[in-house]
Ligand binder design. Structure first.
Ligand SMILES: [Zn+2]
Ligand SMILES: [Zn+2]
Length: 147
């Protein structure tokens, strides 16, 4: 579990009804929601919640370091409560399901100096892509039949 609510309670985060709903929507494992998805789920629980409050709360949680902003080129930013354990992402090309994964070794080491172009490299984000078991089962078989 990400224990987001527990972490926020411990650090004395000011928890109004609206802010709590945003944190509840984000709490859990393998959660990677866009701001609009957070807004939609928060609205189901608290119809009067405002878009501005949702967006401001997401920004605040990110600046506190309790939620990571995951950006992928050309796609909407996603909010990830798994902020305290380094991880990478495994994404289904069919349904968009995202899993937190922990590859072996340190991916920072994999980029040699000659490929760093003089940059001071401070982080790495790896996205593994494929089909989840559900989408894989629905996809047509590849390759020749074995009969
Ligand atoms: Zn899928
Ligand atoms: Zn994640």
């Amino acid at each position: 579990m990400s224990n987001l609510l527990e972490r926020l309670r411990r650090r004395g985060w000011r928890m109004t009804a609206q802010r709590r709903v945003v944190a509840e929507v984000l709490d859990g494992e393998h959660i990677h929601l866009t701001a609009d998805e957070v807004l939609a789920r928060a609205t189901e629980r608290l119809p009067e919640i405002s878009r501005a409050t949702v967006y401001n709360t997401l920004g605040e949680l990110a600046s506190l370091g309790e939620v990571i902003e995951v950006s992928s080129v050309g796609r909407a930013k996603r909010y990830d409560p798994n902020a305290h354990r380094a991880h990478q992402h495994l994404v289904c090309a069919g349904c968009g399901t995202v899993r937190d994964v922990h590859p072996e070794g340190d991916p920072m080491v994999g980029l040699p100096d000659t490929e760093r172009f003089g940059f001071t490299v401070t982080g790495v984000e790896i996205t593994y892509r494929g089909l989840c078991p559900v989408c894989g089962a629905a996809a047509p078989e590849e390759g020749p039949e074995s009969d």
